[in-house]
Design a protein around this ligand. Structure first.
Ligand SMILES: [Zn+2]
Ligand SMILES: [Zn+2]
Length: 321
């Protein structure tokens, strides 16, 4: 994520800011990728702290307009969880916009979000036919860490969920093209394999012993759809960590230049080489505060090939070329 200049004074604004350091209300314009001091602000600003501009007074911003179903606000603590979920969504939608997804120049379908909370039943997560369903209850750290430990996952965050579930939607968008499916099946396998049976087998038997040679995460080994979603989420993680690092003025020796834009880089080898060296260093920095590694994964040869495939399709997919 880039950092932004203050439209009414000095200093830097960060993507989630609602106010400048002096207290002036500001809003993010996702089309201009800049902060503005003037309304119309999104109507969800006072509800969930959405800091995007709206097309007109009383309207939703581009991101909130994609949420067709908001959680039941009678469920305790739901508003802060929903707010955090929408913040993760805005971040990922803006990331994908760097490759033109879901912006005006993209003629394709936008995702529709169903934001659900655990009530009498547990809220699901998933994707079907362009609808992305997210459990906002996962924004609660106790819920999330409990599930992370139960599933023995090294990483579980709202932004990770958002990238994974939107990745399924991106697959669906790409599958509407004639040239995608054959190439996909060659790289990831046949996604027509029984999905329910594959997931059941994964949860009963666990991943194959040598999964790390072929997959980024153990869950990716469950089915080609999950392999695609995990790989796509990881491409977004790696590209965005790198972009954020550069936005703060930091450099690493592997970067092609100090004005390099990782989202504009066409060569996946260059991008992933920079990112892999960078996360190794930032992992070391995080350990100095006793924090988890920012990127607790190892990239195999197969992972590099799959990341290149996803990178290629995400870069050209949005514009129907
Ligand atoms: Zn909004
Ligand atoms: Zn999935």
């Amino acid at each position: 994520m880039q950092s932004f200049s203050n439209p009414v004074g000095g200093g830097t604004l960060w993507f989630h800011n609602l106010l400048t350091a002096e207290g002036t209300p500001v809003a993010y314009d996702p089309q201009a990728r800049a902060f503005l001091p003037t309304p119309p602000f999104c109507v969800n600003r006072d509800v969930i702290g959405c800091n995007w501009i709206a097309p007109e007074q009383g309207a939703f911003c581009r991101s909130c307009a994609m949420t067709a179903l908001a959680p039941d606000l009678d469920i305790p603590d739901v508003i802060p969880n929903w707010a955090e979920t929408e913040a993760a969504k805005r971040w990922v939608i803006d990331n994908l916009g760097r490759w033109h997804w879901f912006r005006p120049e993209d003629p394709g379908t936008r995702p529709v979000f169903h934001m659900l909370a655990d009530g009498y039943t547990l809220a699901p997560m998933g994707h079907g036919e362009g609808i992305v369903t997210i459990s906002v209850s996962e924004a609660d750290p106790v819920v999330r860490v409990t599930r992370k430990e139960a599933l023995k996952e090294p990483y579980r965050t709202m932004i990770g969920h958002m990238r994974h579930e939107i990745a399924h939607m991106l697959w669906w968008r790409l599958s509407l093209r004639e040239d995608f499916l054959a190439a996909f099946r060659e790289m990831f396998g046949d996604e027509r394999a029984d999905y329910g049976a594959a997931l059941e087998q994964h949860y009963i038997q666990g991943p194959p012993q040598d999964w790390e040679l072929f997959y980024l995460t153990s869950y990716a080994s469950a089915h080609p759809h999950e392999d695609w979603a995990e790989t796509t989420a990881h491409l977004l993680h790696l590209t965005d960590i790198t972009d954020s690092f550069i936005a703060t003025g930091l450099l690493t020796p592997e970067m092609p230049s100090h004005r390099w834009d990782p989202y504009a880089e066409p060569d996946t080898k260059v991008l992933v080489n920079v990112a892999a060296n960078l996360v190794m260093r930032v992992n070391h920095v995080n350990r100095s505060m006793g924090l988890s590694d920012i990127y607790p994964f190892v990239l195999s040869e197969a992972a590099h090939r799959k990341l290149a495939f996803v990178h290629d399709w995400l870069r050209r997919g949005a514009q129907g070329r």
